[in-house]
Design a binder for this molecule. Structure first.
Ligand code: BES
Ligand code: MN
Ligand code: ZN
Length: 499
């Protein structure tokens, strides 16, 4: 897959199809649409007039034309973009992805896209290339027949009035972001017999080598020495040993304050049976996605290694399998976490918080001053926010606000839920410092976050509950169904902003 910038007339690009977004109720009489309309002998005006196509978001018109100019392409794709006033730079990724998937199905190998977003050219180009690459991800790795063999190989992007070098740079960055999202999605999509904690660590190690990150894998003996009794209590029921994946990005020349360190910490439960508090069978297969937070950390770190921002970033994934077994943790067991707190485990299915407890404390021990953890932590967040918003909570409003704002620019939605003493009372244990569940069914997502908060000392911290947004049950015009690599783009924006 390759993307390039065009400086001349976009209709003359050496491609199979031309694509352009059309806003709701837009007329063919001005700007790029006018030129295209002329080229196609009034085709755009005619479909708009006939109300065959109105520019509503999600609408598509695919037209053939003979061409009345120096055009090579004889196909035109109009993509509905909805209300012009609501169209953001990040939406260019959706337009580009929608065009790519539509044209791919029709055997088209190359197209030129005329960008309509009005933001910074580099950023627009980045979004277009990211959408182009990410939209071509498919779930069919293990199919031996009926695999998608088609691909759109070339995107030519036109941004009117932009500097060619800026567009090219944006495209290169967008390719990296899209490929890193697909890297995360590939991990999340892997079946749990293949992607167990050791394999997840191996893939992280290989990726680190390729992208110039430092990588250290802590085994169970090392974690034991560090006192990670909370994390290990989840792993103890599995034949697969847990791994703590530690990735480090250090810039050649660092900007910002010397002692600042951002850490990204991911829940990497490669399969969640619930343990002794066994989950019902129906739908349990989705728990292969319970390592999506870890996948997002690895995808984001991959992009960081290649994009080389000017601040250091620490990436940590607690890779663990949660299984029932003769050795497994029992509801009512008490364990001691790395920070010395004792935890009464009353439900072994609330395991994500148990592994994050030690992973977050470890991040801070490594010098992290800002920690963002991400986890498919609670079913409750799906009830609250569906698959639209990621739940966000934290101990530092500025960090939470920064992430929400970066999400807006990246095209990802976050919704904040509260924390506080009254909620934290809910995890007081009768016999230990805290227990791993709260009062039945009340504020499940907040309780999960309140638990993790107990393991943050001085760092600024935000928690992302991605249980509703980590994978999608249905395909979208710009995106295959399955893992979404949620938060990769937002976290990259956060890193960019922190430089
Ligand atoms: N991995 C699950 C949460 C989950 C559920 C993610 C559905 C995605 C879809 C997590 O480990 C879990 O089991 N949470 C429990 C917590 C409860 C026992 C307090 C839950 O949400 O039911
Ligand atoms: Mn669970
Ligand atoms: Zn889980």
């Amino acid at each position: 897959m390759k993307s390039s910038a065009i400086t001349g007339n976009f209709t003359e690009a050496n491609v199979d199809a031309l694509a352009i977004a059309v806003f709701k109720d837009e007329k063919a009489g001005s700007g790029a649409l006018k030129e295209l309309d002329k080229l196609t002998g009034g085709l755009i005006a005619s479909v708009l007039k006939a109300e065959e196509f109105k520019g509503d978001s999600g609408e598509i018109a695919f037209l053939r034309f003979a061409g009345k100019g120096k055009n090579k392409a004889e196909r035109l794709l109009l993509i509905g973009a909805g209300d012009k006033n609501e169209f953001k730079t990040a939406d260019e990724a959706i337009i580009s992805g929608t065009a790519t998937r539509f044209l791919r199905k029709r055997n088209i190998k190359s197209f030129a896209l005329y960008a309509r977003a009005e933001g910074d050219a580099k950023e627009v180009a980045q979004c277009a290339a990211q959408g182009f690459v990410a939209s071509q991800f498919e779930l069919d790795k293990y199919k031996s027949a009926d695999k998608n063999e088609k691909s759109v190989d070339n995107l030519v992007l036109c941004i009117e009035g932009a500097d060619q070098a800026d567009v090219e740079e944006g495209l290169r960055r967008g390719e990296i972001v899209g490929e890193s999202m697909n890297f995360a999605r590939e991990l999340a999509n892997e079946p749990p017999n293949i992607l167990h904690p050791t394999e997840m660590a191996n893939r992280a190690q290989k990726m680190a080598k390729e992208t110039g990150l430092k990588c250290e894998i802590l085994d169970e003996a090392q974690m034991e020495k560090l006192g990670m009794g909370s994390l290990l209590s989840v792993s103890i029921g599995s034949d697969q040993p847990a791994k703590l994946i530690v990735l480090r990005y250090e810039p050649k020349k660092s900007t910002g304050s010397k002692n600042e360190l951002l850490a990204l910490v991911g829940k990497g439960i490669t399969f969640d049976t619930g343990g002794i508090s066994l989950k019902p069978g129906e739908g349990m297969e989705a728990m292969k996605y319970d390592m999506s937070g870890g996948a997002t950390v690895l995808g984001t770190m991959r992009a960081i290694g290649l994009l080389k921002p000017s601040i250091p970033v620490l990436g940590i994934v607690a890779a663990v399998e949660n299984m029932p077994d003769g050795k497994a943790t029992r509801p009512s067991d008490v364990v001691t976490a790395m920070n010395g707190k004792t935890v009464e485990i009353l439900n072994t299915d609330a395991e994500g918080r148990l592994i994050l407890a030690d992973a977050v404390a470890y991040a801070e021990k490594q010098g992290a001053t800002r920690i963002v953890d991400m986890a498919t932590l609670t079913g409750a967040v799906i009830i609250a926010l569906g698959d639209v918003n990621t739940g966000i909570m934290g101990n530092d409003q500025e960090l939470v606000d920064d992430i929400i704002e970066c999400g807006k620019r990246a095209g990802e939605d976050f919704w904040q839920l509260p924390l506080g003493k009254e909620y934290s009372k809910g995890i007081k244990s009768d016999i230990a410092d805290i227990k791993n569940i709260g009062p039945s069914r009340k504020a499940g997502t907040i309780i999960g976050a309140a638990f993790i908060q107990e393991f943050v000392d001085k760092a600024k911290w935000a928690h992302l509950d991605i249980a509703g947004t980590a994978w999608s049950d249905s395909a979208k015009p710009h995106q295959a169904k399955g893992p979404t690599a949620v938060a990769v783009r937002t976290l990259l924006k956060l890193v960019e902003k922190s430089q």
